[in-house]
Design a binder for this molecule. Structure first.
Ligand code: GNR
Ligand code: NI
Length: 168
């Protein structure tokens, strides 16, 4: 097991597009295990491979209070979406920023699990929001891209400044 470094906005690698996983081999399963460890350590509810500088199309999540309900989705696809709500989101790659984002309330997702079994899940509420947030990461997209130009520019400037200060 190993802790992975979580990339922070405005790191351009967060704009990479994930590539479908064609074989779930030992390296893939190691990445999944390391992502769970990294997500739990960072107290996140989800993590996409793009955030740890991998272009494998997979994500992990655990929405439970007890942090004992891990879910891994490989090559996830949203088959249908319904409803709309706007809830506050945060992101481990955009630390300290919380803003409401419009998302579907109900989604049907198809994916492979860590063992390569095909699964289909109907999700609503926070799990649905989280999966949409993570799939955005796999497409090189961040939650702040859903905000107004004014808000996202402010956020970029604030985090660029923080990155410069962390450098010196
Ligand atoms: O830990 C996280 N919390 C969260 C809260 C509301 C909506 C989405 C999220 S995902 C985030 C972890 C993360 O950045 N995943 O990419
Ligand atoms: Ni995120």
């Amino acid at each position: 097991m190993a802790l992975l470094e979580i990339l922070r906005y405005p790191d351009s690698r967060l704009r990479n597009r994930a590539k479908p996983v064609d074989t779930i081999d030992a390296e893939t399963r190691q990445l999944v295990d390391d992502m769970f460890e990294t997500m739990y350590k960072a107290s996140g509810i989800g993590l996409a491979a793009i955030q740890v500088n991998s272009t494998k199309r997979l994500l992990v999540l655990d929405i439970s209070e007890q942090r004992d309900d891990p879910l891994c989705l490989i090559n996830p696809e949203i088959l249908s979406k319904e409803g709309e709500s706007k809830e506050e989101e945060g992101c481990l790659s955009v630390p300290g920023i919380y803003e409401p984002v419009k998302r579907a309330t109900h989604i049907l997702v198809k994916a492979l699990d860590r063992d390569g079994n095909s699964i289909e899940l109907e999700l609503e509420g926070l799990p649905a929001v989280c999966v949409q947030h993570e799939i955005d990461h796999l497409d090189g997209k961040l939650f702040i891209d859903h905000l107004s130009r004014l808000k996202s520019t402010r956020i970029r400037k604030k985090l660029e400044k923080e990155a410069r200060q962390a450098d010196d």
